[in-house]
Design a protein around this ligand. Sequence first.
Ligand code: ZN
Length: 191
Amino acid sequence: MSDTLEAPVLVLNRHFEPVQLTTARRAFILLYGGSAQALDELGETYDFDLWRTLPVREDDDHIPIIGGALRVPRVVHLQRYDRTPRTTVRLTRRNLMFRDGFQCQYCAKRPALRDLNIDHVIPRSRGGADTWENLVTACRVCNLKKGWKLPDEAGMRLARRPFRPKWTMSAQILLGTRSRFKEWEPFLKAS
Ligand SMILES: [Zn+2]
């Protein structure tokens, strides 16, 4: 049951735009508190009292409640929340590696994840910042070879100039989870 309550639930704003993922636990709190409605696979919206009357079908995750079982929603809608999600991509190790296609930006190899590092193009010791433009994915070998040098000094070249990615919220949400639910499809357009 704890796994069930940790399952990802897609949160939509008032305009049915994806905002973020939350957990089923949090989604139930929103639903029960009346700030969110749950959506079924047809896009119909339900408040808590209606949702609890829905039957639990074979493929549904559910939690036991007094007198039966409660279907876990995959999508909830915040009727009063109309902010558009900020689409600034967070600077994280994972996002950097996604941007670089898990490929060393110096030798173009794609080693196992454990052999990939994040390299400061201008080393920190020489004032290089933690920015999209100064961080690249590098294999362990290239990372060691480069050490505290600039690429030129180490006789190395970047495959391409590092940049700040412009991913849609949909893309970011999908990158952030391994789960895929068919109920998400109408709202998460891959782009
Ligand atoms: Zn390399």
